[in-house]
Write a protein that binds this ligand. Sequence first.
Ligand SMILES: Cc1cc2nc3c(=O)[nH]c(=O)nc-3n(C[C@H](O)[C@H](O)[C@H](O)COP(=O)(O)O)c2cc1C
Length: 222
Amino acid sequence: MNEIEAIRARHSVRNYREQRIEQEKIGLLEAMIAECNEKGNLHLQFIEDAGKTFNKLLNKAMGLGSAPSVIACVGPDDELLAERIGYYGEKIVLYAQTLGLNTCWAGTFNPKNVMAEIRDGERLVIVIAIGYGQNAGKDHKSKTEDQVSKAKGERPEWFDFGVEMALLAPTAINQQKFEICLEEDGTVTFTDLGGVHSKTDLGIVRYHFEAGRDHIKAGGGR
Ligand SMILES: Cc1cc2nc3c(=O)[nH]c(=O)nc-3n(C[C@H](O)[C@H](O)[C@H](O)COP(=O)(O)O)c2cc1C
């Protein structure tokens, strides 16, 4: 499964099987996490036993309590932290999908129960539940390309496909509060239109867009 296939196959999964993740896959995930930490100046951590991360009332109603493991999204607390976490966290989410695992970004969790190392000056922004889902999840209701993007000139195929991939991205409460704009000089700008966790959303959306753009530019089909 390549990254575009992973984008299409990924959905949030909130109910997990008891099966733990195999050590071999944990090793692969940890290698990917280490690479993302290096590139993104982050301190993301795989925590094999999710313990009581999801014991909040909302989790009891929505699920996630069955997730065997979590990725704690920690990093130096600067202005771009949440966006960087979105970008690199989604790279890991899509990689997990290619390994046959399921995930769910979760802003609702109990920070006291996350056994992550948080160094001075760092912040735990969000977690990602990870494991083998009881199901594969389902398609989310989506805005249209016109609602989330505009181009000051012609719309090349790589731009359209990037937007299509961005619309498949997970966003908090499925808000899709972003705008992608192709400027006259060919650069692409991403605007956060506000909302809960919208900075993390923006990083996730940018990752999806770039995967779509690069796929077309490398000669891939739609
Ligand atoms: C930043 C962020 C925070 C989220 N927080 C939660 C959460 O606390 N609980 C939950 O059940 N889902 C959470 N989600 C999952 C979204 O509800 C989900 O991505 C959205 O409904 C779209 O569905 P999909 O991921 O299946 O495409 C979150 C997603 C993102 C990106």
